[in-house]
Design a protein around this ligand. Sequence first.
Ligand SMILES: Nc1nc2c(ncn2[C@@H]2O[C@H](COP(=O)(O)OP(=O)(O)OP(=O)(O)O)[C@@H](O)[C@H]2O)c(=O)[nH]1
Length: 364
Amino acid sequence: MEVPQQPIPVTILTGFLGAGKTTLLNRILKADHGLRVAVLVNDFGSINIDAQLVIDVESETISLANGCVCCTIRDDLLQTAFTLLERPQPPEYLIIEASGVSDPWAIADTFLLPELRTYFRLDSVITVIDAEYVHRQPSYESLIVEQISAADIVVLNKIDLVPSDQLTELEAWVRRIVPQARILPAMYADVPLRLLLDVGRLQHRMPLPHLVVAAESDHHDHDHHDHDHDHGSAFATWSYVADQPFTLHAFRRVILDLPPAIFRAKGLVYLAEVPQRRAVLQLVGSRVQVTVGEPWGNQPPQTQMVFIGLPGQLDETTLRSAFDRCLIEHEAGTTESVALQQTWQRPQVSSANSNADGDQSIVS
Ligand SMILES: Nc1nc2c(ncn2[C@@H]2O[C@H](COP(=O)(O)OP(=O)(O)OP(=O)(O)O)[C@@H](O)[C@H]2O)c(=O)[nH]1
């Protein structure tokens, strides 16, 4: 393999579920940077919804689904990185959107391995924080703190949803975790691009000596942060796919009736009222948005949704039959018009704040 003249800069985008990573990624991709950017998007669930929500620009989006790039599919990440290098026109910049459950330290370490360090230069880790929910996820506090602690840049997002005194406290809390990081308060991840890309904040970071030794024998052996990596036991995910449409009314009822243990859902929805266009579902805590978007194009209309919640509390049979019951025949259609943007509030859902047993310790 030819060594690129300049190692390709890599930005790792991390942050808890629903914090605004895809929102930030889309902003970066839409911006006028003139770079050939490759994007690796990693969803934890079996369907990679994120890859479908990333805007379609010149950049290329590669999806790494059904596992987490920081552990179970870390070898896929290595492999994909090498594949990018073998292209006739390798990317000039690489952005990795990690799944909301991943440990950015482990991803950063992958790029510090001797095999990759010649070709890639880790530029920075950007951690996106949901200012509204960051302190309302006690079950995942240690994971969130870990994600923040890896940051060179913290995008303190969703500032429209919190009062200013709370924001000041939050900023001080983040500052205590990462004193050297640059903190950028933002709404819809709107931050100047020059503060995000090619900032070179990680150039000082060196691989930990034992990691180099571990890498020579086994790429999986990267647990230097003593992080219990069993995402499977920390989160439950469930996916739903259907080829028939829902009526908006019935869909709304099921969504608002979801168990409080589900704190994140996203996906594409086939609605009978707007059959030619894909609707996008976004659920974070109590906030739900359904936005009618692009036409389905060549893709046949299909609902594809992922639900994430506390382990042991997603009753798949009940969920499936609740959604199945509101499917209608394609031909039935409906002429009702709907607003292009729906905003709903779920009752009694404040956060992923506790599970039934009161066991808060998820990530050790
Ligand atoms: N009110 C408000 N909503 C926001 C803001 N930023 C993002 N959102 C919304 O938050 C939801 C989740 O945003 P995403 O960008 O998909 O979050 P993510 O971090 O990629 O989520 P995961 O894929 O679960 O890891 C979407 O409905 C966004 O429109 C913000 O600053 N204010």
